[in-house]
Design a protein around this ligand. Structure first.
Ligand SMILES: [Zn+2]
Length: 210
């Protein structure tokens, strides 16, 4: 009896795997530092590689949570993606560089492709950079078109947007950037730099800035 129970208990895991094919993105969200910035770890199906988006770990306890998650899930980072260079989005970058020397960084002041419309492929991850100035001049969104997933940093939040009154901010540019994002398919899932995920469809209907 005990053995059959064990077998039954193992079924949900197998089912989970069968609906979680190798090419599906898994997204882990941490809320780090006093600004509750969203740091994302994006992995691919059951593979052991991941991308890090906006590392905002601040202090030893947050760093420990972050690295413990990578270790527990046997994940090796391939690159760091930076939506923009406000301190709450990059304060964990120095720690990552110490842990994983030579990890490439993607962002406007880091690595840029020759053509902004080029797709970037890193070991099975495929995404495009969409420049979205307005909250800050160096803002980017990362668009995983095949997966209908968009990381928006502080350009677009659930029913809100990033402030434009800090250096490099420009409300007219932000409006133009939001228009660009609204051209994406409505089912696109939006993972913002603060707060909770949303969709382009929801924001077109409920965001007062759009
Ligand atoms: Zn910001």
């Amino acid at each position: 009896m005990r053995n059959s129970r064990v077998l039954q208990n193992s079924l949900p895991t197998q089912l989970t795997r069968s609906i979680n094919p190798l090419n599906m993105l898994n997204i882990k969200t941490f809320y780090f530092n006093p600004y509750r910035e969203c740091t994302y770890i994006v992995s691919l199906g059951d593979s052991s590689v991941c991308l890090i988006i906006d590392p905002g770990m601040y202090g030893e306890s947050e760093e420990r949570r972050f690295y413990d998650y990578l270790t527990a899930n046997n994940l090796t980072p391939l690159a760091v993606l930076i939506t923009h260079t406000h301190p709450d989005h990059i304060c964990g970058l120095e720690s990552i560089d110490q842990h994983y020397p030579n990890l490439p960084h993607y962002g406007t002041i880091y690595t840029m492709p020759a053509d902004i419309n080029d797709e970037i492929t890193i070991n099975g991850f495929t995404f495009r950079l969409i420049p979205t100035p307005g909250h800050k001049e160096d803002c980017l969104c990362f668009y995983f078109e095949q997966d209908h997933i968009l990381f928006t940093g502080d350009t677009l939040f659930q029913e809100s947007v990033g402030r434009t009154d800090l250096p490099g901010g420009d409300i007219a540019q932000l409006t133009q950037s939001l228009n660009t994002l609204c051209q994406l398919p409505e089912q696109t899932q939006v993972y913002p730099g603060h707060g909770y995920p949303t969709t382009i469809e929801h924001e077109k209907e409920y965001n007062p800035y759009i």
